[in-house]
Design a protein around this ligand. Structure first.
Ligand code: CMP
Length: 228
């Protein structure tokens, strides 16, 4: 498949453009610029002034917030078919988060002007943007709930259960997830690395988590076994 056909194929499967006809996809694909982002590179920083929007074609990016000490809170990880940079594109305010490639990533970039033209001609795209935003708001609500009402142990268990359901497997009824370095886990649960190390020790002591090689196994009642 050539680059052009590949882009059309990706767009056809993306959250925003999935409902469009082949002819419309072909027309729209001409407006995109392809960008390769090496692993670890920053696409843009929080507070940057730019308003292009991107579709992830291959790879994975994360949208994160950083404090002055460099501590990170990962808001979302976005993979193939998902869009990124839509917030500044819509309201023209500075970028709400820093976006970094977690893997070698290929993106399709669309300027604000081109996007507005495309939406005017194909209003169903606006509905898909709204659906995507609503689903992100639900996930963010979940994260806010965990940060407000759960302690670090509870947040770790909730995060690992979510990750296990998405990309883990089962071992004798127990969710099995690949171990993460404590710093990365800390940036997913809004805690310091030290707090994560301490909480993991406690979870292992209580039997909620078992370490096996490169994996963590979660007890079937992991969520119920914890205080809030
Ligand atoms: P923008 O503000 O233009 O740049 C940063 C991007 O990160 C933002 O658009 C969204 O695409 C993404 N982003 C910011 N906050 C969240 C969130 N809570 N959930 C998912 N994606 C987000």
């Amino acid at each position: 498949m050539g680059e052009k056909e590949k882009l059309e194929d990706y767009l056809k499967r993306s959250v925003l453009f999935q409902d469009l006809s082949e002819a419309d996809i072909r027309k729209i694909s001409l407006l995109f610029e392809i960008i390769d982002l090496p692993m670890g590179d920053v696409l843009f920083y929080e507070k940057d002034r730019s308003s292009d929007m991107y579709i992830v074609l291959e790879g994975l990016v994360r949208a994160s917030l950083f404090d002055e000490q460099g501590n990170e809170l990962v808001l979302a990880e976005l993979g193939p078919g998902e869009f990124i940079g839509e917030m500044s594109m819509i309201d023209e305010l500075p970028r709400s988060a820093t976006v970094i490639a977690d893997e070698p990533t290929k993106l399709a970039m669309l300027s604000r002007k081109a996007f507005m033209k495309v939406v005017r001609e194909n209003p169903e795209i606006a509905v898909n943007v709204i659906k995507g935003l609503v689903s992100r708001l639900r996930r963010t609500d979940d994260m806010v709930e965990a940060l407000a009402f759960r302690n670090v142990e509870g947040r770790i268990v909730k995060f690992l259960i979510g990750m296990g359901r998405e990309k883990g497997s089962f071992d004798n009824g127990r969710l099995k997830v690949r171990k993460m370095v404590h710093k990365d886990l800390a940036s997913r649960v809004g805690a310091s690395r030290e707090a994560v190390t301490k909480a993991l020790k406690a979870l292992i002591f209580k039997g909620v988590i078992e370490e096996r090689g490169n994996f963590w196994l979660l007890s079937p009642d992991a969520e119920e076994e914890l205080d809030p």
